[in-house]
Ligand binder design. Structure first.
Ligand code: SF4
Length: 382
């Protein structure tokens, strides 16, 4: 398997409106924000992280959010310059920016490309007008499709996201919608089941019985429809929710799933850095203005910087690696965690068809096991 590489994640925290299902660290500021101030803070925190993890070669950069496509292209260019000034950057670096497909943001695509972005991930979410409105999205289906076409003409690589298992969605309707999406041509698709997260308006509506998510059997049929449709189109899953043509996988997300090293910059960003031989867990202040003030005072907005125990590293490695179709290296699990997975547990899960061995040292979850991945991971980790 390839080395995970070293990634830099940059979190842009603002959105034009808050979607009712969203529990990401995203904030609405009707009076706008001080973009030069945030760029200066990004620069300082990038320098701080490079001080903790010097000498790395950056293989991927991911600017996520929030809605990074609300940023001016000059801000994106400033962030990328700062990264290039603090670390060496691999010649083939993947630079992804998340974008919402409204026409306003699409107008900025050329500027992002000139700044060095070579991959966009578009939050299309649905090709059904009613569902887009229910999801609180600000774009129309036509705008989304125009943005996809424009992005394809500007960026070497694009991905788009769709949400399924939406209230009332049938497997037949989803097959048709997904097929239509694939027909627009993409090398990478992120397909997430709608989840009801505590603290969101959807959570309250769900509790009040105002929205109903599919029952277990329908959710399973939607999952099967997803796998069959994508495989038939040459976009098999390489991770539980991500599908790609061979070679078009998200290199940045593979850093996480292969348990590599990455710096997290910006409000509420997380990182995993190896400092003096110890793998550390880092996280920054979530509130954007408090984060910027902390960076101005101390050089970073870190609110967490602690060494991870071997047990925690083992658990994280399982949680991340078993999402991948390529599975995990059992010898690396042993090196990280200092323990071995109980062979009898593995044998039981093999017998149940939930996992399979690939040679002596690799283990992966089967297509039957993926719909119950959390239970499989819990079983192996215990
Ligand atoms: S655009 Fe994305 S990050 Fe912003 S509120 Fe909606 S789902 Fe959350």
């Amino acid at each position: 398997m390839s080395e995970p590489g070293f990634g830099v994640y940059v979190h842009w925290p603002f959105c034009a409106a808050k979607c009712p299902y969203c529990d990401f660290n995203s904030h609405v500021r009707h009076m706008g924000w001080d973009e030069p101030r945030f760029l200066a803070a990004f620069r300082r925190e990038i320098a701080h992280m490079a001080g903790l993890a010097p000498g790395r070669t950056v293989s991927s950069i991911f600017i996520g959010g929030g809605t990074p496509s609300l940023m001016l292209p000059e801000t994106v260019a400033g962030i990328l310059d700062a990264i290039g000034g603090c670390w060496s950057v691999d010649q083939g670096v993947e630079v992804t920016l998340e974008a919402n497909p409204t026409s306003v943001e699409a107008d900025r695509f050329r500027g992002y490309r000139a700044a060095g972005v070579n991959r966009v991930s578009l939050g299309v979410q649905s090709l059904q007008p009613d569902d887009l409105a229910r999801l609180g999205r600000l774009h129309t289906v036509d705008e989304a499709l125009s943005a996809v076409a424009l992005a394809q003409s500007i960026f070497p690589r694009i991905s788009f996201d769709l949400i399924y298992a939406r209230p009332g969605q049938t497997p037949e309707a989803w097959r048709e919608e997904l097929g239509r999406a694939i027909a627009y041509g993409t090398e990478h698709l992120s397909l997430y089941q709608l989840t009801i997260e505590e603290g969101t308006p959807y959570y309250e509506m769900h509790r009040a019985g105002k929205i109903r998510t599919p029952d277990q059997a329908t959710a399973r049929a939607l999952w099967d429809a997803t796998q069959e449709t994508c495989e038939a189109a040459g976009l098999p899953a390489y991770e539980i929710s991500n599908h790609a043509r061979a070679g078009a996988e998200s290199r940045h997300n593979l850093v996480y799933w292969r348990y590599g090293e990455y710096a997290g910059v910006g409000p509420g960003a997380h990182g995993r850095l190896v400092v003096d031989g110890v793998r550390r867990e880092l996280a920054t202040e979530r509130n954007p203005e408090l984060w910027a003030s902390a960076v101005e005072a101390d050089g970073s907005g870190l609110v967490m910087d602690a060494g991870l125990s071997q047990e925690a590293q083992g658990d994280e490695f399982l949680v991340m690696g078993l999402r991948l179709k390529e599975g995990i290296d059992l010898a690396r699990f042993h090196r990280l965690s200092g323990r071995r997975i109980d062979e009898r547990r593995i044998d039981d899960l093999v017998m149940d068809g939930m996992v399979e061995r690939l040679g002596r040292d690799r283990l992966r979850v089967t297509p039957e096991g993926f719909p119950v991945l959390d239970a499989v991971v819990a079983d192996l980790a215990s």
